[in-house]
Design a protein around this ligand. Sequence first.
Ligand code: HPA
Length: 265
Amino acid sequence: MKTASDIIIEALNGLAPRVALVLGSGLGGLVEAVENAVHVPYSELAGFPESGVSGHAGEVVAGTLGGTPVLLLSGRVHYYEKGDAAAMRPVLEVLKGLGIEKLILTNAAGSLREELPPGSVMLIEDHINFSGTNPLIGEETDGRFVGLTNAYDADLRARIEKAAKDESITIGHGVYMWFSGPSFETPAEIRMARTMGADAVGMSTVPEVILGRFLGLSCAACSVITNFAAGMTGGELSHTETKDMAPIGGKKLQAILTRAIGEMS
Ligand code: HPA
């Protein structure tokens, strides 16, 4: 039987990408910017998880972005789906084996800051793991004691900042706090998150950054703000709102990442 790597190598058709991009809820639009795209559904890739979250397609897209070879992962698995914080580990291991060095993650998030309204993009500078779990629990090597002082790579962040500036798109910066989900936060939890130093909240990305650092990948991550966090507007939050709002900031993120990745070749 062909391994996931064999199948992705075939799809790459001679390309040797060093960069991979994980697309969050409602951010699949970036797939359309990929040139000479070859699509492989996760269901054809041994070890790849099936994501049950609407708004997540679940496919690998191989091609180029702004001329630079890239692998896109459209659709991720979340901790809240099956209680497995390491659900993305097999996928990230395959990427590492294929020669990927840089991992750029995207997500939809709720904003805690008035000046970061829905539709804006936030470059993640650091995170707070508030989930109570860690994807490296059970890992037996000393590699599990991975340092996270520079979890979000300075060079990748500078490239993303520059690309945003060149595209004349204003981006925010901040700390992303990982809540397990799938329920949204309460207003009290959001007040706590603000006190603790969070600028945005969400249900993904942090386990992938921890696994990415464990595997020696340089990581960067961007949030597309889909809503003000619980209690900030008086309205109720919903996944429908996340999916409807994500493409708005998603368009900005698409322009930023196409340029940033295009300049990496
Ligand atoms: N909270 C958690 N996850 C989210 C939110 C939120 O407000 N918005 C989009 N994903």
